[in-house]
Design a protein around this ligand. Sequence first.
Ligand code: A2P
Length: 278
Amino acid sequence: MSQRKMEESLQYSKLKDMADEKKLFLEKIIWVHHWTESLFSFRIERPNSFRFRSGEFIMIGLNDNKKPLLRAYSIVSPNWEEHLEFFSIKVPDGPLTSRLQHLKEGDHLFLGKKPTGTLVTDALKSGKRLFMVGTGTGLAPFLSVLRDPETHEKFDEIVLTHTVREEKELAYRSFLEKEIYSDEIFGELLGNRFTYYPTVTRSEFRTEGRITDRIRSGAFAKDLKLTSKKFNPQTDRVMVCGSMAFNKDMSSMLEEHGLKEGSNSTPGSFVIERAFVG
Ligand code: A2P
């Protein structure tokens, strides 16, 4: 065994011992993709026993001075996918993301054992249309929910909105505009039942401005050819994921429209979760 291989193997056993002691999985990174200088995605292998509901989050992290440093991350993958994908910002002085962004294929990450969260279709009453409204990395759980066949059984129409500052931050755009339609399972199913609605706030764009403003002004309803600019508490269900301020604004608006927040124990007409920042 080469010197380097020996060091890697020693390093792995140390991490594995720590993972076992803290009841965590230790999983290999199999793919890393940098969208911009501040956004990236990565995949890790999925342990056989790891089960989750599409839309949930889980703790992931690294060794920091002989202790696991963990943060909550929404799982981008749907619950049937073989690997686990995550979408992250890079915070220059963020204790975890400043290190995560340098990870490469073959490195290892800690993965928690207890996925949880409220951005799940279980926390919503049945309805006709599902709106998933997110900003920044708040897109992550929606990529999971969108690709779960159960979502399509539960709703006739699905709208996914993503608001970012600059157009280049529209991560997963080509997947949502094109590639998803050639997906074996979803291609046909999505057809004209799915709308991807990106908005950009700090540069020129076809659908410019905050999604909250576009909903209030009626521009959103006009673009989607909806009959009302208000959500309908009987038929519309909404999932919200973004910054604290965004979540607050969206929930006030939804409550004004007569929708009620739901949870796992008491399903409602909308659910909210903060987009996690490492
Ligand atoms: P804006 O550029 O007008 O602040 P951030 O990068 O700060 O997390 O924001 C991501 C996106 O979410 C930005 O486009 C930002 O718009 C938008 N945003 C931030 N706060 C709100 C809010 N309270 N309501 C609607 N959109 C928001």
